[in-house]
Design a protein around this ligand. Structure first.
Ligand code: ADP
Length: 179
């Protein structure tokens, strides 16, 4: 599904983030920006070893912040690396997770990128419950897109149908509140 938010578009799809033909894909990275497993491992495998070589020069990344590299062998020109919180059950989790989406969109905007694809940050190895994470992700993306002067396509790429359905339901609820 997709919907207009201001001048921009937010869409939710089922798919593989490494295959997205957008200006930037977002990596759910760790603090040292090492390839690791999950979506990060898949992005590094698809991008090739030069991605890790560039990541090594960046001095890591703090939780909730974002850094940008080239995309190398990926269809996307850039990778935005952001570090989600490990779920602990504290209110700070949502603050940090929102900061990941906000920092990534603001970085994309500074680079004048027109399209960006996100995975569901923190919902794998970092244990964030999918529904709670979806509320934070979608409300933060909507808030940022409303503030943008330029046009941007934000695509949330969920790895399975169940995750996509949860995001679609919560997106509908947020859209209803906006009406
Ligand atoms: P984190 O450490 O931030 O939890 P993970 O990589 O473990 O990151 O998982 C984040 C989410 O990305 C999970 O919901 C997982 O199912 C999903 N995921 C894993 N591989 C891919 C992929 N190739 N494309 C899109 N999403 C993916």
């Amino acid at each position: 599904m997709q919907s207009k938010i201001g001048k921009s578009t937010l869409e939710i799809v089922v798919g593989d983030i490494t295959k997205q033909d957008v200006d930037a894909i977002v990596n759910a990275a760790n603090n040292r920006l090492t390839p690791g497993g999950g979506v990060s491992g898949a992005i590094h495998r698809a991008a090739g070893p030069k991605l890790w070589k560039e990541c090594k020069t960046l001095g890591g990344c703090k939780t909730g912040e974002a850094k940008i590299t080239k995309g190398y062998n990926l269809p996307a020109s850039y990778v935005i690396h952001t570090v989600g919180p490990r779920y602990s059950g504290s209110p700070n989790d949502a603050v940090k997770l929102a900061s990941c989406y906000r920092s990534s969109i603001q970085l994309a905007s500074r680079y004048k990128l027109k399209s960006i694809a996100f995975p569901a940050i923190s919902t794998g190895i970092y244990g964030y419950p999918m529904e709670e994470a979806a509320k934070v992700a979608l409300s933060t993306i909507v808030e940022e897109l409303k503030k943008l002067d330029s046009q941007m396509l934000v695509r949330l790429v969920l790895f399975d149908k169940n995750a996509a359905e949860i995001h679609e339901r919560i997106f509908q609820e947020i859209l209803k509140e906006l009406e």
